[in-house]
Structures are given as structure tokens and as C-alpha cells.
Design a protein around this ligand. Sequence first.
Ligand code: HEM
Ligand code: HEM
Length: 193
Amino acid sequence: MALTRSLSHDPSDLARSTHGILSPIAFLFFVFGGIALRLLRTPHAVTIHGWWQAFSTVVLFVGFGCAVWLCQLPQKSGKFWLLRHSILGTVVTILMLVPLVLGWMQHDWFVKNRTQSWRGVWHMWMARLLILLGIVDGFLVGPSLVYAAVAGLTLIFYLGFLAVRGCLHLQNAAKERRELRSQTEMGPLGRAE
Ligand code: HEM
Ligand code: HEM
């Protein structure tokens, strides 16, 4: 739908198609960037993640620019701004700058202190929430089978990934607690005291 419209010569069709393609792609990229951080086995994983997510933010803002241009067209007389889709999308897009800054702040903190901090925790949870809200926002614009299929699969995949990671994390924490308890219950010769 968006692709066939982008072949038309009407600039508003082109802007709508570009927006409709770039905005969902930006969120797909954000999900890839989040997963890559956890799966990449290289000391540069955080730097790769940071630059990748910064690039995805640029894609998001180009899509946003097209939407803003669309919204101010006189023939729409400001009605596009009143869509739930436009309001939630604007909030999500602007708030996305916060995790972007917090991500660099946490990286900087970690290089100096080698520890986690509130910057990392806020960065992670805010980014996850905004990614989910951004994907949900695409559903508010109207029925599109292609969007529903791609966004639905992305959501299921990302939530599944987070759930599996969460379970592994809990399992490891329980194992560490058990090991610590058995160490304190054992004497120096490895026998129970
Ligand atoms: C943040 C995530 C966003 C996503 C995932 C998203 C996604 C989409 C999609 C898939 C379409 C359909 C395009 C088509 O029919 O070819 C669309 C249309 C549209 N979007 Fe967004 N969008 C987002 C943010 C925004 C924002 C921030 C605004 C306003 C500033 C906005 C305003 C619009 C408008 C006006 C349309 C056309 C609606 C119509 O023709 O009825 N969107 N968007
Ligand atoms: C708006 C852009 C960004 C988004 C959407 C984003 C998204 C995310 C997400 C979703 C996670 C958690 C991964 C998971 O689900 O387990 C994460 C973690 C992280 N990100 Fe980003 N990120 C962004 C920019 C950055 C930047 C620029 C940096 C700086 C290098 C950065 C550094 C980190 C770090 C260090 C973590 C690990 C936090 C921890 O485990 O406590 N991020 N990011």
C-alpha cells in the first residue's frame, strides 16, 4: 500500500508513505539493537549498540519530520494533529531522546567506575517501554495487514526474548544464592559444621 502510493507524484502521498515505512523500520532497528547488545560476544558490544541505536533514532526523526509536514498541510486543517496516533507518536518520539542521552551517560559512568547506576536502569526500562509504545502506536493508525504481521511478529519475538532472558537471570540468581548458602554452611574442610 505505502509502496504503490510512493510511486505517485503527490508530495503528500510520498510523505505519508515515507513516514509509514521509516517509522516502523526505526522500531524494528531498536529491537535489533537491544537484542544485539545481549548476544554480541565482543568487548565493543556497547559501542556498536550505542551507534546503531543513534542511527535508528535518526531514522525515527526523518519519519517524524515527514509526519509533521503531513500534519501541517492546509487541506488537513490541523486534523491530523488530533489523531491518537499523532499524539502518542509525538510523545514517544520526543521522549526517545532521554534513553539516547542516558545510554551515553551510563557508558561514560561505566568506563570510569565499572559499575551499574540509575542511568543504566532508567535507560533500559525507558527504552523498552518506548519501543513497545511506538510499535503499539502504529496499530492506532488503521488496519494494515502488512504492519500487523511485521509489528506483531516483532513484538512476540522481543517479548519472548526478554522473558527467556528474565527466566535465565532468575535461575542464575537462585543458583548463586544456593552456592553461597552451602559455602557458609560448610566448614573449612568442606564438611557441614
Ligand atoms: C512513533 C511511531 C510511529 C509509527 C510506528 C507510525 C506508523 C505509521 C504508519 C504505519 C502509517 C500508515 C502509512 C500508510 O498508510 O502508508 C502512519 C500514518 C500516519 N502517521 Fe504515523 N507513525 C508514528 C508516529 C507518528 C507521529 C509522531 C505522527 C505525527 C506527528 C504521525 C502521523 C501520521 C499521520 C498523519 C499519518 C497518516 C494518517 C492518515 O492518512 O489517515 N505518526 N503512521
Ligand atoms: C534511543 C536510543 C537507544 C535505545 C532505544 C536503546 C535501547 C536499549 C535497550 C532496549 C536496552 C536493554 C536491552 C534488553 O532488552 O535487554 C539497552 C541497554 C543498554 N544500552 Fe541502550 N539504547 C539506546 C541508546 C544507547 C546509547 C547511545 C548507549 C551508549 C553507548 C547505550 C548503552 C546501553 C547500555 C550500556 C545498556 C545496558 C544497560 C544495563 O544492562 O544496565 N544505549 N539499550
